[in-house]
Design a protein around this ligand. Structure first.
Ligand code: OSB
Ligand code: MG
Length: 374
């Protein structure tokens, strides 16, 4: 079996509500789905989780398309036919950085490879759970109104979400956290700053301690390893890294230095599901809890994330929310919350396919690149 061609589909999907974080506001999800087509007609899918601007990390959608077409696809052309997922991963390593672009391509190829073997991604990765407890990530309300926040959180609690994550930034932290904690004294609650603070905020962030939070996610700049050690000492609330963890080695370093005690694993941020699994394995060995983060994925990325979240070390509730949290119309059959949980797909590969009509409606640009010719 060989992969003959790749199609890049750029989609713009309106979000059900704007998603404001410390790094900006997203109104429309601007992402790329990679479709890989094999010589025997099997089609696999991968999602490129970049945003349209480099606010979360240095990657962004135009840049990801460029690096895929200009640099990553040519490395895939050098692969022997039938190359296994590890060989694909190694081929892509000749390009520095760009983990989200690499994840999109390698997942599309992995999906074809698994479908040809009729094996699900969950089974391949080693998932031991069939249903995943779901949390939800709540943006900063456009109005910065506590009432609006409580209404939004209330709608998620009513929908059955089992954990709430609040986005915070300087000026939007203690007050919203206190209000949500007062309204729901027992709900698992955590916060995510997306690097918005500095070391000088250590005492300020320690004021979150009385609210019994699971964790504070990525308070400081992604390269500020020592700053996170200082915060870990200043705060009783555990520090959890997201943006800082780009590889198995950065996870190992962060844990050994005491910069983090919990890790948010996102396959896009680490360059693919094989690396995501290795970070999971390292943490499981050390007894370090991990959880599956999200990047406002469509059903394509969500399906694969649910497979990952089924692994035994994912003992902390993650950001794998239902389709309706993000989109009025998802590109796949929607993922629907049932008792606060979503099922790990069981079909071959990622177990879902884009709906052709919806895909066509949402596509703003597409390109086809052949792998069987230079
Ligand atoms: O930092 O975890 C983050 C969304 C986009 C970019 C970064 C992050 C997020 C989220 C939402 O918090 C996760 C999700 O629901 O997909
Ligand atoms: Mg985060």
């Amino acid at each position: 079996m060989t992969i003959d061609l790749l199609r890049l589909h750029r989609l713009n999907i309106p979000l059900v509500r704007p998603f404001r974080t410390s790094f900006g506001t997203e109104h429309v999800r601007d992402l790329v789905l990679v479709e890989a087509v094999s010589s025997d007609g099997i089609r696999g899918w991968g999602e490129c989780v970049t945003m349209s601007w480099p606010g979360y990390s240095a990657e962004y959608t135009d840049g990801a398309i460029d690096v895929m077409q200009r640099h990553l696809v040519p490395t895939l052309r050098e692969l022997p036919s039938g190359a296994d997922p590890q060989a694909v991963r190694e081929a892509l390593e000749v390009v520095r950085g760009h983990p989200m672009a690499k994840n999109a391509l390698s997942t599309a190829l992995l999906d074809v490879w698994l479908r040809a073997r009729e094996e699900s991604l969950g089974s391949y990765l080693g998932a031991t759970r069939e249903r995943i407890d779901c949390g939800v990530s709540v943006g900063i309300p456009a109005t910065e109104s506590i009432t609006a926040l409580l209404e939004e959180v209330g709608s998620y609690v009513d929908a059955g979400y089992r954990r709430i994550k609040l986005k915070i930034e300087p000026g939007w932290d203690l007050e919203p956290v206190a209000a949500v904690r007062a309204a729901w004294p027992d709900i698992p609650l955590q916060v995510d700053a997306n690097q918005a603070y500095t070391r000088s905020h250590a005492d300020h962030l320690a004021q979150l301690d009385p609210f019994n939070l699971n964790l504070i996610e990525q308070p400081l700049h992604e390269e500020d390893w020592y700053g996170h050690v200082i915060l870990s000492e200043a705060c009783a609330t555990p520090i959890c890294l997201d943006e800082s963890i780009l590889s198995v080695d950065s996870a190992d370093s962060a844990l050994r230095f005491g910069a983090t005690t919990i890790i948010n694993i996102k396959p896009g941020r680490v360059g693919g599901y094989l690396t995501a699994r290795e970070i999971h394995d390292l943490c499981l060995d050390r007894g370090v809890p991990v959880w599956c983060g999200g990047m406002l994925e469509t059903g394509v990325g969500r399906a694969a994330n649910l497979a990952l979240a089924g692994l035994p070390g994912f003992t902390v509730i993650g950001d794998t929310s239902a389709s309706s949290r993000y989109y009025a119309v998802d590109v796949t059959e929607p993922f629907v919350l049932d008792d606060g949980r979503l099922d790990v797909p069981t079909g071959p590969g990622i177990g879902v396919d884009p709906l052709p009509d919806v895909l066509a409606d949402l596509t703003v640009w597409s390109a086809e690149v052949r792998l069987d010719e230079g």
